[in-house]
Design a protein around this ligand. Structure first.
Ligand code: EAX
Length: 323
């Protein structure tokens, strides 16, 4: 009698314990290293999700394109073979064409402007465009203002770019604009870039200081020009069906975790921007701080007219003038 009661109690304990500790594991990936503005983003997200759901959800983090480049990761999220991804908007227009407008050069004045637009009604509306494509876009985050590096020469104005072969993201807006700068564009996934620079397949590339530092491009690039020619957003995407399966409370936990992690991400971008130039100089790069911005803007006159036609002048102005 006593024994069977004990057995029952144990069995019940096991069942209850089993359900109390049921844990769902999800994957999230980035194409850059863990010690970066993107690494801190997904590490914080994983910690926040686990904390907010009392460990019912665990997020496994993958770095350095271990699960593929950004396009492949986004594709995997769309297909549902991977739950989550954190990516630049580089390859995103291939999935959600409405996001193209965010990658227009010289659209944002500074990071404060970009963050205000992305966190405000324009950004919120853009997030809903992901829904019908199989994604739940949790929030915007940040890659930063992109600057040009190359192994050939100092770049101060677009005249210096003529004939330079540069890797670009697989982003149609960037490719069109950079051709306007006179660059010979070579779209390529990020995990291939270091080797391409090292072997001289391309002369240069462009990325925010955060990425240049994290990817150690200083080892394979001599010149850096602070062109700040385009702001590069990041985005948190989750497979839509998987997000929809979460309870409303857990959905909120995931959304809040992404918001919290975005704060850590942006703080790191600020930190990298503040000390990046000194850091990269110390590592041997020749940094051109005063580029001829007006000439860069002017070089895009024709391309910009085309963007205005494509995206609507009013839509571009709405972002430019957002306060
Ligand atoms: O998201 O592909 C790129 O140049 C991106 O900026 C990089 O992967 C970080």
């Amino acid at each position: 009698m006593k024994l069977s009661k004990l057995f029952l109690a144990l069995a019940a304990g096991l069942v209850m314990g089993g359900s109390a500790f049921a844990q769902t594991t999800m994957k999230i990936s980035i194409s850059t290293s863990q010690n970066s503005h993107q690494g801190i983003a997904i590490d914080t997200f994983a910690k926040e999700v686990e904390k907010r759901t009392n460990g019912r959800y665990k997020v496994q983090t993958f770095y350095n394109g271990a699960l593929g480049g950004e396009r492949e990761s986004i594709e995997a999220v769309q297909l549902g073979t991977q739950e989550l991804a954190f990516s630049s908007t580089g390859p995103v227009p291939n999935f959600v064409p409405e996001t193209k407008i965010l990658d227009v050069p010289f659209l944002f004045r500074d990071k404060a402007h970009a963050r205000a637009v992305l966190d405000g009604p324009i950004g919120a509306e853009m997030l809903t465009k992901f829904d019908s494509k199989g994604f739940k876009a949790l929030a915007w985050a940040e890659n930063g203002f992109r600057h040009m590096t190359n192994s050939k020469r100092e770049v101060k104005s677009p005249d210096d770019l003529k004939g330079l072969k540069m890797r670009t993201m697989e982003n149609p807006v960037h490719i069109a604009a950079y051709k306007g700068f006179g660059i010979v564009t070579t779209p390529m996934a990020f995990p291939e870039v270091f080797t391409a620079l090292q072997q001289g397949t391309v002369d240069g590339q462009e990325n925010p200081l955060s990425v240049i530092i994290a990817a150690k491009f200083d080892q394979v690039q001599k010149h850096l020009s602070l062109t700040g020619h385009v702001y590069s957003p990041c985005i948190w995407v989750m497979n839509k069906a998987m997000f929809d399966k979460l309870s409303p409370e857990d959905q909120k936990h995931f959304l809040d975790a992404a918001k919290e992690a975005t704060k850590a991400n942006r703080a790191r971008v600020d930190e990298d921007d503040a000390k990046g130039v000194a850091d990269l100089r110390a590592k041997g790069m020749n940094v051109v701080e005063n580029v001829d911005k007006a000439k860069f803007v002017k070089a895009l006159a024709t391309v910009n007219a085309d963007f205005e036609k494509q995206f609507g002048k009013a839509n571009i102005e709405k972002i430019r003038n957002y306060k």
